[in-house]
Design a protein. Structure first.
Length: 306
């Protein structure tokens, strides 16, 4: 057995095998069996001294139990260091209690992860009111990587119109929209969003005339219900945008939602491979190879951007 291996939950097995090949290490699947009452039986592969667990945590409830059971097996099997590579990290949006009795899921899940592994690596975690991932997962190494370099690299290989405006659908999106626009040498604009419910939002632009007859590229970290992206596309169409395309880090929306997005004016939507999805077009392997290099060789990894 080599010093480092990657093991993965079933939904991440293809991405894990591809990454393992890039790193020159072995990969194995973590097997999950469901009993009739819903309980799980989890069988991990042979543990290595350093074991990387690749598990994107979309549709998270069953996966969190599988992760809990897998880490028990791996620790007992001799793993001295466990690294969780979770390109999408679940339960980060609820970072405060908005009413009495409401659970703070970010705190609960972050504490659980900190008890299970020695390091967690994720991409564009939803931390808008939390300073960093270290705060969420206390006492372990915690890396919140940015997907913007990978997105910029992918877009740079296309015939991107220099008149394109990079669009943020709300104030929370401004940092990564500004980052991507700067990397591509484009201008950017951020909308004002008023949320009326999980699937209902109002989107407005302060300078809508400046968007007329120009290509628009909406950039968002998470698209779940699709309501924000659809409202943003309609606002851009009303402003006279020449074309509307979208880039998403984490595509959580149902695949059939793409039709409604198209009807709202979205010409194309591309997502990163953080979550397996039909819109996947931007591979994050380079980001993960850089972050994991020291787990393979023991050498310090290059600086990563939070």
């Amino acid at each position: 057995m080599s010093a480092t291996v990657i093991q993965s939950l079933p939904s991440s097995s293809i991405d894990a095998a591809r990454l393992a090949a890039r790193l020159g290490i072995l990969s194995a699947d973590i097997a999950i069996h469901r009993f009739p009452d819903g309980e799980l039986r989890v069988v991990a592969g042979p543990a290595a001294p350093t074991t990387i667990i690749y598990a994107s945590l979309d549709q998270p409830n069953e996966k969190l139990i599988a992760l809990l059971l897998a880490t028990e097996s791996l620790r007992r099997g001799g793993a001295r260091r466990l690294v969780l590579l979770a390109p999408y990290l679940c339960y980060m949006r609820q970072d405060t209690a908005f009413q009495d009795g409401e659970a703070i899921s970010q705190k609960a899940v972050g504490t659980l992860i900190a008890r299970l592994v020695d390091r967690v690596i994720t991409v564009d975690a939803h931390l808008h009111r939390t300073p960093d991932l270290q705060t969420v997962c206390p006492g372990i190494e915690a890396d919140n990587l940015s997907a913007m370099a990978a997105i910029a690299n992918a877009l740079g290989k296309t015939d991107l119109d220099p008149a394109t405006v990079v669009i943020g659908p709300d104030a929370e999106s401004e940092p990564w929209v500004r980052d991507l626009a700067s990397r591509l040498g484009l201008t950017h604009a951020v909308a004002r969003k008023t949320r009326r419910g999980d699937r209902s939002v109002d989107i407005r632009f302060d300078d809508a005339p400046a968007l007329a007859r120009r290509p628009a590229l909406i950039v968002d970290d998470i698209v779940s219900s699709g309501g924000t992206l659809i409202s943003c596309a309609r606002a851009l169409a009303n402003a006279g945008a020449a074309t509307i395309d979208a880039i998403v880090t984490h595509a959580l929306f149902p695949a059939d939602m793409s039709r409604e997005m198209s009807l709202a004016g979205v010409r194309s939507i591309r997502s990163t491979t953080s979550v397996p999805h039909p819109t996947n077009a931007i591979v994050l392997d380079d980001l993960f190879v850089s972050a994991l290099r020291r787990e393979i060789s023991g050498a310090p990894s290059p600086e990563v951007h939070q």
